[in-house]
Ligand binder design. Structure first.
Ligand code: SAH
Length: 354
């Protein structure tokens, strides 16, 4: 007798069976399982992948982030036992560029990476010699300041979607109709769960709330307050909480349907910077910003860095300039992407965020 031991059902089939037997699942559970599968099974970055992120566009992004952290550390009095922490480091490109820039500024911290994908951990190991990995923030070092970066990490964390329906709000759930995944309003949620300024949004408006993102920010803020340090959070999103359905799927550099083939495209949402700031302040951390990514990189000196790179390799001048424009220009990543810093009460404001 032979068994096909290697058979594994697709995530879509697993979710279909789950919904058929136990009922609809929340959008948050759908998104969490889809992204866990997605990142566990591929390297999505770059030309041959699904999307490009700022550190993959140019080394300037990671270098300036590293310099920003090294400068804050310098102005904090160069404390010993400072660690570099990155949340969702992807291919490790940002970390490699940031650490190189930090080394030039006299800082060589131990490297702590929060990353759940085994496949991406292997990619990171190729670029970064001595690092420690963590499944979440709980196991990060408990002594010494933390210099933290999270680029396009929070947009991948699951959200609950709440839908304005009738006189109140309901939590959107994912159900099955003829084997297809369809979102529909589920159980009512209390009005107290909805911020006052969006409570009266038009019928069918969608409000996204992320308990997962809030929990990460609270833990990060607690650590900064207790240990010292700063965190740079870079992502696309809105400065104020707003009612909008921003869930999107990206595959092969094009938009896809989030409700088809879960786990085969990258699911993201706009980050609610107001909610992140509130979570950090509730734990006693200082919040600086958000400011637009273009303004931040320009204040940190991206023009001078681009000129230096072009002077060192004249054949690459146009490529460097195109990358600079992609990161900074308003019609590219410059205004949609924002940067917010969290800081320990006795640490200085990171540069470029005023
Ligand atoms: N910062 C990188 C990658 C962004 S993609 C860049 O800018 O290129 C999101 C990253 O977060 C991936 O590395 C993914 O594996 C990781 N990730 C997603 N959800 C996570 C979670 N819940 N815990 C830890 N890492 C997660």
């Amino acid at each position: 007798m032979s068994y096909k031991l290697s058979f594994s059902p697709s995530l879509a089939d697993t979710l279909r069976r789950l919904i058929a037997t136990s009922g609809p699942i929340s959008v948050a559970e759908y998104m969490a399982r889809a992204n866990a599968h997605y990142y566990a099974t591929r390297d999505p970055f770059g030309a041959g992948g699904d999307f490009a992120t700022a550190p993959e566009i140019s080394q300037m992004f990671g270098e300036l982030a590293g310099l920003c952290l090294a400068d804050a550390w310098d102005r904090a009095g160069r404390p010993r036992r400072t660690s570099y922490v990155e949340l969702g480091p992807g291919r490790g490109t940002l970390a490699a560029d940031a650490l190189r820039a930090m080394r030039a500024a006299g800082l060589e911290p131990p490297v702590e990476l929060v990353e759940t994908s085994k496949l991406l951990r292997a990619k990171q190991a190729e670029r970064l010699p001595a690092v420690r990995w963590h499944d979440d923030l709980a196991t990060l070092p408990e002594t010494g300041p933390l210099l933290v970066v999270a680029n396009e990490f929070f947009d991948a964390l699951p959200v609950r979607q709440l839908v304005r329906s009738g006189f109140g709000w309901r939590e959107r759930v994912v159900d099955l109709e003829a084997e297809r995944f369809v979102p529909r309003p589920g159980a009512p949620v209390p009005a107290s769960a909805i911020p006052a300024h969006v409570r009266e949004a038009p019928q069918a408006s969608v409000l996204e709330v992320s308990p997962a993102a809030a929990a990460v920010v609270r833990e990060l803020a607690r650590r900064l307050v207790a240990q010292g340090g700063v965190a740079l959070i870079v992502d696309y999103g809105h400065a104020r909480t707003a009612a909008a359905d921003t869930l999107q799927a990206v595959r092969g550099h094009a938009y896809a349907d989030p409700w088809t083939d879960p786990g085969e495209s990258d699911l993201t949402v706009h980050v609610d910077f107001e909610a992140l700031a509130a979570a950090a302040e509730a734990e006693g951390a200082r919040v600086v910003g958000p400011v637009e990514q273009g303004a931040w990189l320009t204040a940190l000196g991206i023009d001078a860095r681009a000129a230096a790179l072009a002077a060192a390799a004249p054949a690459r001048r146009e490529e460097v300039e195109a990358a600079r424009r992609r990161l900074v220009d308003a019609d590219q990543m410059g205004t949609l992407f924002k940067v917010v810093a969290l800081a320990a009460p006795d640490w200085p404001d990171p540069a470029g965020l005023a």
